[in-house]
Design a protein around this ligand. Structure first.
Ligand code: HEM
Length: 156
């Protein structure tokens, strides 16, 4: 089944009250256009902003409730995952499908949750970065989201 995703194109950080270094730079006029993702630090910014939004989404937040030390590990693994895709660092050692199978057993990863997750990922990426790498992290997440959604939620 295809995901129906509402791509939110026009938005501002103030909508969510999130302050970021990149957004502050733009507000203060020190950058005229948005930069692309350049390094691990940018990925950290992206991932941390994304999860701030996830925690404010009542339908998604419960899935990510975990002890603080587990949370730190999770964040590093997600950052490694994207760093590996974008900069071929070899820093991610795989197993993401298994991780989501486990997550799906605990809290159903419904189509609605996939749509919300992806909408927030697109929104966060677009609020911070623009360029080929920003496009890549959106299209790769969409591709993976569609595969997982088909696996967990197809009727047949
Ligand atoms: C309904 C949507 C989704 C939910 C609720 C969800 C939830 C989760 C959860 C609960 C974990 C495990 C956290 C832990 O216990 O360490 C996880 C890991 C992860 N998720 Fe998702 N996820 C979703 C969609 C996606 C998508 C579309 C991607 C695409 C990139 C993705 C990328 C990852 C990565 C890279 C990890 C770390 C895997 C690892 O530890 O090896 N997730 N996710």
């Amino acid at each position: 089944m295809l995901l129906i995703i509402k791509f939110i194109v026009n938005h501002t950080n103030s909508q969510f009250g999130i302050r970021t270094a990149a957004a502050d730079r733009r507000r203060s006029g020190t950058t005229t256009k948005m930069d692309d993702i350049q390094n691990r630090e940018d990925i950290e910014l992206l991932v941390n902003n994304f999860y701030e939004r996830v925690h404010n989404e009542p339908n998604l937040a419960p899935v990510f409730e975990m002890p603080q030390e587990h949370w730190q590990t999770h964040i590093s693994r997600v950052i490694n995952f994207w760093e590996n895709w974008l900069f071929q660092t070899g820093s991610y050692n795989g197993g993401m499908m298994w991780v989501h199978l486990q997550a799906n057993e605990k809290n159903s990863l419904t189509t609605e949750r996939f749509e919300q997750w992806l909408a927030l990922w697109f929104l966060t990426t677009d609020s911070l970065f623009a360029g080929e790498r920003a496009d890549f992290v959106k299209s790769k997440a969409l591709e993976i989201g569609q595969i997982m959604n088909a696996k967990f939620n197809s009727k047949s």
